[in-house]
Structure formats: structure tokens, C-alpha cells
Design a protein around this ligand. Sequence first.
Ligand code: AVJ
Length: 334
Amino acid sequence: MELRARKDQVESRLNCQKVSPARDVSSLLDDVKQGLLQEPRRLPAKYFYDDHGSQLFDRICDTQEYYPTRTEDALLESVAKDIIRHCQPEHLVELGSGTSRKTRRLFDACEAHDCTVKYWPFDVCEEMVKGASASLVDEYHWLDVNGLVGDYNAGLDHLPELEGRSLYVFLGGTIGNFAYAEGVAFLTELRESMSEDDMLLMGADRVKDEDVLNAAYNDKEGVTAAFNLNLLNVLNREVEANFNSDKFKHHAFFNQEQSQIEMHLIATEKQTVKLQALEEEILFEEGDSILTEISRKFTHSSLHEMLQEAGFVLSKHFSPENNYFSLVLASPSS
Ligand code: AVJ
């Protein structure tokens, strides 16, 4: 009986809904036509994350060289109480919530401040949202979780309207995957969907010693290389292509001028690749490259500037002593 009651209680705190796209987003096929059949060849970084790619990303976070995840997590742990005290949110809305691992730091701080938030994890992967939500209601007996399944690239207009102050959370440094103008556009859209009392908590990676940056994207175990090359498997499956991953190599480096890590796949020999679903072929010469990801690295002031451009005012900027990573807390400017 008791177990049964407990289970009902858990279920009443657990909900999930779909968020329909507010606008059309390009399909993988469109992006391949736009990005692969024309030069310079490039693809959006979001296609890395099929099941295998997501697992590889988790493994990247555990490599010795990849500092961002653990740096952000430690920083969040040390400043979470400050953030909650300052913001006093009633809702926590997380864009790209994934497994919600780091978000626990915020729930722990809520617990310490008797601040009862409702959590709205928003992610494209339904399984991920449901799995994370179920563990969270189990771990935090006071927490209400309402999962949101959808693509934040398709706009935020269809997010539920929330009453009371919301803290929007965008962690991991994913903002770095956007080119400057796209990043500003994304943040502007986010700001427009926020009420004036709401706040944004965002993580961003910082410019630092080039060797540290290069190592983080060239781990010795080769997990990042496998993650990059897995994109070819995604293409083989989704576009009926016949990429041979033995004929491409991972290449990642810090582009100083653009202040970004660039990941490329480089053809190691001349080859023709068929894309059956598009009835197309691509001829690669040895050394030809596909740009698969940019990961921009910010300075204190470039981060500030981007936020300002998107209509935010910075209220707090947290970084660890080595300045490897930033967490910013910002409000819509009135
Ligand atoms: C999840 C986008 C923040 O840019 O560092 C890790 C992805 N790519 N290693 C990043 C990634 C290669 C990561 N983000």
C-alpha cells in the first residue's frame, strides 16, 4: 500500500509534452544539399548526436583532456546558491537538457534555500527527457518535472506560458556551436520569449592557452576522433551514402583569428561517395575537408558584447580561478 501511494505521488509530479515547431527547420537532406554538395563543405554540428554519437560525447566528457564539462560542473556547484538566491525562480526551463546531470547542482541549491521550483527540461530526444525526469522526481521529493520534447532550433513560441519568474538555463557551452550572428539571433529570440523578471543562466567556454584547447579536441584515446567520424555513419544511414570512415581522418585545431575550434573530416585519398537518397555523388580529392563543427571560445568582453547585442544585461559573471569557463546570469534589458 505504502509503495503504491509513493508511486502515485511520483507520477503526479511527472509530466511530459511535445512542443510543436514554431517554424520549419531544414531537414538533414536539405542541409546535405546545402552544405555537402557545395563548397566549402560543411554540416551543422547537431547531426553528431545519434544514439552512438551521444554515447561518444559522454565519453569525451570523461577524457582527461576535455575540461569544459567538469569545469562547468565544479563552477556551477560553487555558485548555484548565489544564483538561486539572486534569482529566486519559480520555474527552471533548460534548453538542451540531455541527462540533466549538471542541473542537479541547481536543485541542490534550491533545496538549501527552500526554493521550490518546477523543472521544464527541453530536449529533442524524448527518451532522454523521460529518463532524466523520472530519476529527478525520484531523487528530489519536492520537485515537479514537466518534460518538453522538441527542437529549440525551431523557435520558442510554442513553449508553455509560465506564471511566476523563470530561470532559463543553457549550459555546456553549446552557444559556441553557433556562428556569431546565429548566436545573437538565437539569444534574441530567447530574450523575446522571456518576461522582464525572467533570467538566463548560460555557460560558455573561454579563450585560453592554445595547447589546452587543441588537446581538448584531440584526446589521446581518440574518442573525439570517433565522435567526428561517426557523422559519416549518420550520413550513410540517413542519406543512404557509402562513406568509408577509413578514408577520412579527424582534424581539429584552434583558429586564432576566428577564436574558434574547428573540427574537420579530411579525405585521406581521392574518392567518390554516392548519396543514394539524393541521387548524387561527391568527388573528394585527397586533403579535401568537411567542416563538421565550430566551437567558439569567448573572452569576458566578447561574451558580454554578444549578450548585449541580443538585448540582455549581465547581472553576474562567474568564472573559476583559471578562467577556463564562464557562467553568466543575465536579464532582458528594459
Ligand atoms: C557540446 C557543443 C559544447 O563544442 O566542446 C566536444 C561538443 N565537440 N568535443 C564542444 C564537442 C567535440 C561540445 N559542445
